[in-house]
Design a protein around this ligand. Structure first.
Ligand code: ASP
Ligand code: MG
Length: 421
């Protein structure tokens, strides 16, 4: 069996759904588990809905639900032009169910309520896609992933219970009743059936979990890019597609901020030696990128840009050394404010961390650090990581930049720079 993952962009409109159906027609004999995200930007919209719900902003809530319903309704009307088609009723029922859920009073637990509401994005998208595929002669079985993927109850960041999920997934996804299963990414549930989510962009991870448990031959993530590129075209001209990369390179690139693959996706695949293909849903004939158990000495250089960075320098007030006790309290504050460190470096009398400039979080962190340490910071910086760097790649990114800090580790160079304007 194989696993496909269709992300939001690949199912954002009726035409996109039809395109996904055409892709499936290219695989008439495979057993396929298909993991689907919410359509287009629906998860963002559902987050807003969940926020209005929690804060009891009745009017905004109503408008936001109406807006999402209309968005999906338009897609459904295009996919099922026959007004008498029974799917229209099914579609209305899902939104009625959502409405009933929203009529209940919120709890005191924001993350819990979020997980009860936001997954409707995936519930709706998979219903529509499953219904449309059946209509188009691609027979499939819709699966509620919450029956199979079990997690702890850390809402919005739930951790998979691998033992239990392995049993349930193997029993459920047996391919005896159907050649194709359609299910939701990003969603799971606790042993007492309370819905949970796996963290934003979690659908790739769901695909990897299913592939791991079912020992898939391979996984394909269908994207709106031709594969893994060596840089984000937003910041870089003349990007090149990486034809084949190792699991390690994929993890490293994802870790440093390349956004094509979710970092959590690789491990379950690597553990079972399952190949991952990143392919374009626009050009399914193109090769895409293969991520797998590959060895080579060098790859073409990749560039990762983290914009709007803050570099914080922390030193003891009395000019003493930075010692382990200082580090403990620095990391304590970082953890307390939920800040992610993009780079750190220490010297005898100072410790430096580079973080995203999330105004509120960075401000609170700096305020706390200042209670104990001498703190200076610089904003408006860029963090550039080059994997498989050489001098010419450094020269290329340093044009018109002032170097603030440089760090080299094996194949990677990381540069904190300021744009000279
Ligand atoms: N729909 C979820 C999100 O946008 C999960 C995913 O697409 O991976 O975060
Ligand atoms: Mg996505």
């Amino acid at each position: 069996m194989i696993v496909f993952k269709f992300g939001g962009a690949s199912v954002k409109s009726a035409n996109a759904v039809k395109n996904a159906a055409n892709i499936l027609k290219r695989y008439p004999d495979d057993k396929i588990a298909i993991v689907v995200s919410a359509m287009g930007k629906t998860t963002n919209a559902m987050e807003v809905i969940s926020d209005h719900y929690f804060h009891k902003r009745k009017k905004q809530l109503k408008e936001a639900v109406e807006e999402r319903k209309n968005y999906h309704k338009q897609i459904v009307e295009e996919l099922f032009p026959d007004k008498e088609h029974p799917f229209h009723m099914e579609f209305n029922n899902i939104f009625e169910e959502l409405q009933e859920r929203l009529d209940k009073a919120p709890t005191q637990n924001y993350d819990h309520d979020y997980d009860q509401i936001v997954p409707y994005g995936e519930m709706i998208s998979t219903r529509i896609i499953s219904g449309f595929l059946n209509e188009s002669g691609i027979e499939n079985q819709w699966m509620d992933i919450r029956k199979y993927l079990k997690s702890n109850n850390v809402f919005r960041e739930a951790r998979i219970d691998w033992g239990l999920s392995t049993q349930l997934v193997k029993n459920g996804f047996h391919f005896r009743d159907s050649r194709i299963y359609i299910t939701q990414g990003f969603v799971a549930s606790t042993i007492d059936d309370i819905t949970t989510t796996l963290g934003r962009e979690g659908s790739d991870f769901t695909a990897a979990i299913l592939a791991h448990i079912l020992r898939a031959e391979h996984v394909t993530i269908w994207k709106d890019v031709p594969g893994v590129l060596n840089a984000d075209p937003k910041w870089f001209d003349n990007t090149v597609k990486l034809e084949q990369i190792s699991y390690l390179d994929a993890i490293e690139l994802a870790y440093y901020g390349a956004s094509v693959i979710h970092p959590k996706t690789i491990k379950p695949l690597q553990n079972k030696n399952i190949n991952l293909y990143i392919k374009s849903f626009i050009d399914p004939d193109e090769e895409g990128t293969l991520v797998g158990n590959l060895t080579y000495n060098k790859l073409i250089p990749s560039f990762i840009f983290n914009m709007d960075q803050v570099l914080i320098r922390i030193s003891p007030r009395d000019f003493s050394f930075i010692a382990e006790d200082n580090l403990e309290s620095i990391f304590g504050y970082v953890y307390k404010h939920g800040v992610k460190i993009n780079l750190m470096q220490n010297s005898a009398v100072s410790f430096q961390i580079c973080i995203n400039n999330n105004k509120r979080k960075s401000r609170n962190l700096i305020d706390d650090l200042e209670q104990e340490f001498k703190v200076t910071y610089e904003t408006g910086l860029e963090l550039i990581t080059i994997r498989y760097f050489d001098q010419s790649t450094i020269d290329r990114v340093m044009i018109n930049k002032e170097l603030i800090l440089e760090q080299i580790y094996k194949q990677n160079i990381r540069l904190i720079v300021r744009d000279k304007g």
